[in-house]
Design a protein around this ligand. Structure first.
Ligand code: GCU
Length: 677
């Protein structure tokens, strides 16, 4: 149940709580989110307050909690104040004898219901009356689940919580209970869409058995207002359709995709859309046929256009993974802007470009992808990762909202006007109808969903921030903690302190000053392996040698990447003096003896930060002991185990990285710790 436990409040609080006598959910169709909302409210109140309220579908005489759309509510004579509701938004009015939960659409009514339940579950009985709108229309998750072959269980690319809940042995699983439970969780945090299969898509998803299976998945998620979409493999017309080409301008190919879209629509009438990874990491794409990326995106856009409001999410993660490090000016970070800048305006209106938050790949610290500033006529979707691919793979506690907020609050200053990333991906800055959020979540069959209890705060916070990116990361965490573990102050304080310390600590012991996550980048992206960064075509380079380190991304002497930002930001990054320390080595190649703003040298900062970060991780097991006896033993022990592991692994990280740079630079640690163990 994750944060939807609906645990009983203490008896005295239950007794003092006064809520209306019944529930009215103004739709009794079982697939309707309003019907779902009524049932959920019944279940929640039974759990939290031990009250068994009747659920009706038409207004009753007594006091009630009424759930419905604006239209349904006013049809039954309900009065509302002047509202300005956007898609999925809701009005929530809580008074002792009457609660109104009114959605702009059915989904909105469900989201309002979850908001009300969240308050009750936290023992909050305040009277309120307000409207709430999501910051952006697109609030999706991406699962990187594989179809796999016969005989194997659906593995998940970068998934750390067991096999897929969707796929096994090349097919869609029969029992979709977990799938609807997943939709339940998503709905409770305002998420409205999902891509169910890996971006590295298997064409077999489109065979006739699986098309029917997709229909079943969509059916399982529909009552929760979650719409389903899929990732497509660009080469499908060749590999599955046996055509001779996948050229996006070929008539046969256009027809083939048109038929697929029709078929999909027949099985999933409210199909959400398709996600396309093309010409990236050896995936096929339009460039293979000398067509533009826009030609590729529009191929799908036109195929799905006749069937409702489905969209194409075209990924900006397009780059060459065989670049040559001997070329000082080669830079993978340049790729997205190089590929997409001139395509702005060339995409159909049902295409959005999905952009990873940084120009490389979910690193512990990256500057904001400059592409966010360049798409004025095309909607942008920011891609985040809940699954901690580079950040300890759920074996380390890393609370991610502080990282995400650094990105979302960044001002790109496009044309010298305020251009916060969160205002770009809300669609506001460039006046886009379609824009928003996608996060790679990768839940699996593990009963904790993500393989780690504490990692779930990231999933919860993702939904909350996509709804309202200005929300405070600590209050989100506190809400999550109360809902997940209860309201004891020690629990809240302990989890908050550890979580808020976790990202800075992780950055300190895995890759500081903007050098990126110094993990095994050619292998599993886990554990320290600084030597793997350089000498390969992947372009996540550090260019470390005996004297100096960092990527020169300046315009005057380097790869020119800093020039992809707009003037004020570009000037800041171009100059070593004005570049923030935490991105110094991202933008500049400097001697190890370069002085930082703190007065330390780069190398001494490395040594110290690795000791500091590891020392913080060392405190986690002890901090966690404070909650012993306050939560159930099972979850206590599971978390304790992981924190103990993290404390140890942080030492491995510290010593591996420090020794590596000590050996590389031969510069001694001022405190004489490095190289001495
Ligand atoms: C990363 C990740 C891959 C994934 C890719 C993507 O490189 O390691 O597993 O396929 O991103 O986002 O497409």
């Amino acid at each position: 149940d994750a944060w939807l436990r609906y645990a009983a409040l203490p008896c005295d609080v239950q007794k003092a709580a006064s809520i209306p006598a019944g529930i009215v959910a103004l739709n009794d169709t079982k697939t309707s989110p309003v019907y779902t909302a009524g049932q959920e409210l019944h279940k929640g109140i039974l759990g939290i307050l031990r009250k068994d309220l009747a659920v009706a579908s038409t207004p009753t005489n007594g006091s009630s909690i009424t759930i419905g759309t604006v239209d349904a509510f006013t049809l039954t004579g309900g009065a509302l104040p002047e509202l300005d509701l956007k898609g999925d938004g809701f009005w929530l009015s809580i008074k002792n004898d009457s609660v109104q939960i009114v959605g702009q659409n059915e989904r909105g009514a469900l989201y309002g219901t979850f908001q009300y339940l969240s308050m009750l579950a936290q023992g909050n009985f305040t009277e309120v009356a307000y409207e709430s709108n999501p910051s952006a229309p697109i609030r999706w998750v991406n699962q990187w689940d594989n179809m796999d072959d016969t005989g194997t269980h659906g593995s998940i690319e970068r998934g750390y919580a067991g096999p897929s809940i969707f796929f096994a042995e090349g097919l869609i699983v029969e029992d979709l209970t977990r799938v609807s439970q997943y939709a339940h969780l998503m709905a409770s945090i305002g998420l409205n869409g999902i891509i169910v299969n890996n971006v590295n898509a298997n064409v077999n998803l489109l065979n006739s058995t699986n098309m029917a299976g997709l229909g079943r998945i969509a059916d399982a998620m529909r009552p929760w207002g979650v719409r389903m979409g899929i990732s497509l493999n660009f080469d499908s017309p060749r590999t599955l359709g046996k055509l001779t080409t996948a050229d996006p301008l070929d008539e046969g190919v256009i027809q083939w995709w048109g038929d697929i879209a029709t078929d999909l629509h027949n099985h999933v009438p409210d199909f959400a859309g398709v996600l396309v990874k093309a010409n990236s990491e050896s995936q096929p794409g339009p460039l293979t046929y000398n067509r533009t990326l826009a030609d590729g995106a529009n191929l799908f856009a036109r195929a799905i256009k006749p069937h409702g409001d489905a969209i194409v999410m075209f990924r900006a993660f397009v780059y060459d993974n065989k670049i040559n490090q001997t070329n000082w000016k080669a830079d993978r970070a340049n790729a997205a802007v190089d590929f997409f800048r001139d395509l702005d305006g060339k995409f159909d209106d049902n295409v959005v470009v999905q952009i990873k938050y940084g120009p490389i790949d979910f690193q512990v610290r990256e500057p904001v992808s400059p592409l966010f500033g360049h798409l004025e006529q095309t909607g942008s979707v920011i891609e985040l990762q809940v699954t901690q691919e580079y950040l300890g793979q759920q074996c380390h506690l890393v609370y991610l909202p502080p990282l995400w907020k650094t990105i979302l609050n960044f001002d790109m200053k496009v044309d010298n006007k305020p251009s916060l990333v969160r205002d770009i991906v809300s669609g506001e800055r460039f006046n886009q109808k379609l824009a928003g959020y996608a996060a790679v979540v990768n839940v699996g069959t593990n009963t904790s969903w993500l393989g780690s209890h504490l990692a779930m705060s990231n999933f919860y916070a993702y939904g909350r921030l996509a709804w309202e990116p200005t929300s405070d990361d600590v209050s989100i965490l506190e809400d999550w903690t109360r809902l997940t573990f209860g309201s004891d102050r020690t629990i809240i304080d302990t989890i908050t302190k550890m979580s808020m310390e976790s990202w800075p600590a992780h950055e300190n012991y895995t890759g500081n000053l903007g050098i990126q996550s110094l993990t095994d980048i050619t292998g599993p992206h886990y554990g320290p392996k600084p030597q793997s960064q350089d000498g390969n075509g992947w372009g996540q380079w550090t260019r470390a040698d005996a004297n100096s380190i960092g990527m020169d991304r300046t315009v005057w002497n380097g790869t020119g990447y800093s020039g992809q930002y707009f003037s004020e930001v570009a000037a800041m990054y171009e100059d070593v003096e004005t570049t923030p320390d935490d991105l110094l080595l991202w933008f500049h190649h400097v001697p190890y003896t370069q002085k930082l703003k703190s007065g330390k040298t780069v190398i001494q900062h490395f040594y110290d930060a690795h000791y500091d970060g590891a020392a913080v991780a060392q405190t986690f097991p002890k901090q966690w002991e404070a909650v012993k006896g306050l939560i159930d033993t099972e979850r206590y022990e599971e978390v304790a185990f992981r924190l103990e592991y993290q404390a140890g692994h942080a030492l491995v990280w510290r010593d591996a990285i420090n020794d590596f740079y000590f050996n590389m630079s031969s510069i001694k640690d001022e405190q004489d710790r490095v190289g001495n163990h």
